[in-house]
Design a protein around this ligand. Structure first.
Ligand SMILES: Nc1nc2c([nH]c(=O)n2[C@H]2C[C@H](O)[C@@H](COP(=O)(O)OP(=O)(O)OP(=O)(O)O)O2)c(=O)[nH]1
Ligand SMILES: [Mg+2]
Length: 321
């Protein structure tokens, strides 16, 4: 490959995760003879010169499946390098569209429940998109439980009542038996609310307690040699810079938490990234990233605009009582 080609700007590709009333996602099969032929993709294509991303999305969706996009939410942007070309896959969630999707270019189409999207039949750049579709926009990290576990569980219930569905139990100081008991109790409550529970740092407990996944520290990122949980569990990591995000991707981390965005009382020495620093790091990452640090729930639109999956936090979602 010539230097000119290898350094060419990535091809900007827009694609729609079209979602129907039953929560199914539309996939199209790439035709024979094209790059990634046979793989199932989100309908879409290249942005043409002079077009905005949304204009390109409207045009591609109309050309390929004959529907008009009525509204689109930015979901995730994945920078990806295939051997043949480099792309920026810019994916929108489209819940409102006019018309019934049909094949306009002879390609096969199918509706797949979001939970059943299969990475094996989709291009590699789409794998993080499957995770982005499955994750909510708020991620609660619990405060360290104190002596009063009843009060802790009441705090968890209150967060679940407010709609939080993804929770990391972060109990680093509890003795082993208490931790197991508390994790089982939290799991019951989170599952009853239709949510998912990850545990901080203890991948060894995930299968034993049937937890939904593990969230590892940046220090663990440096020491692990491989993904410590199966692909059916969440594997999340805390990151602070581009190097840690890169390490996370090489370990097959499913999603990251990146911070601190704003100054926090809990980490007074840490220099905040600010939204500009956050969005620059996020733009280089090929996985969903939650913004962390000094944020409140009202920061969610800003986070999403900066490329985040959503926001993570302790105080953002845990009522002080
Ligand atoms: N539309 C779409 N493209 C995807 C997805 N995942 C993924 O890696 N791609 C890649 C495949 C192509 O290299 C590029 C899409 O551009 P395209 O559909 O306009 O490209 P093409 O190969 O069909 O067209 P062309 O080069 O022959 O003009 O992005 C996806 O989910 N949807
Ligand atoms: Mg296309």
């Amino acid at each position: 490959m010539s230097a000119a080609l290898s350094e060419a700007a990535p091809v900007h590709v827009v694609a729609a995760a079209l979602i129907d009333a039953d929560g199914r996602v539309l996939l199209a099969q790439r035709p024979e003879g094209k790059h990634l032929a046979g793989y199932w993709e989100f309908p879409g294509g290249k942005v043409e010169p002079g077009e905005s991303a949304l204009q390109a999305l409207q045009r591609e969706i109309l050309e390929e499946i004959g529907v008009r996009v009525a509204s689109a939410e930015a979901l995730i942007r994945i920078p990806w390098r295939y051997s043949a070309k480099q792309i920026l896959l810019d994916v929108y969630r489209v819940r409102e569209f006019v018309g019934v999707p049909h094949s306009c270019e002879g390609q096969s189409l199918k509706w797949v429940p979001a939970a059943a999207l299969d990475p094996a039949e989709m291009p590699a750049a789409d794998h993080p998109v499957i995770h982005a579709l499955a994750l909510p926009d708020r991620y609660l990290i619990t405060p360290e439980p104190g002596a009063d576990l009843g009060a802790f569980l009441a705090g968890l219930d209150a967060a679940l009542d407010r709609g939080v569905r993804l929770v990391q139990l972060r109990a680093l100081q509890l003795e082993e038996e208490k931790l197991r008991t508390l994790a089982a109790e939290c799991l019951t409550r989170v599952r009853a609310a239709g949510g998912q529970l990850l545990i901080s740092r203890r991948h060894d407990l995930v299968e034993e307690l049937d937890l939904d996944g593990v969230h590892i520290s940046a220090a663990q990122l440096q020491s692990l040699q491989e993904r410590p949980v199966s692909l059916r569990r969440w594997f999340a990591a805390s990151c602070h810079d581009a190097r840690e995000l890169q390490l996370a991707q090489s370990l097959q981390v499913d999603f990251a938490v990146l911070g601190t965005v704003a100054p926090t009382l809990s980490h007074p020495g840490q220099v905040p990234l600010g939204w500009d620093g956050f969005s620059a790091l996020c733009a280089g990452a090929a996985l969903p990233v939650f913004a962390l640090g000094g944020l409140v729930e009202g920061d969610l639109p800003a986070a999403i605009e900066r490329g985040a999956q959503g926001i993570a936090g302790i105080s953002a979602f845990w009522e002080l009582r």
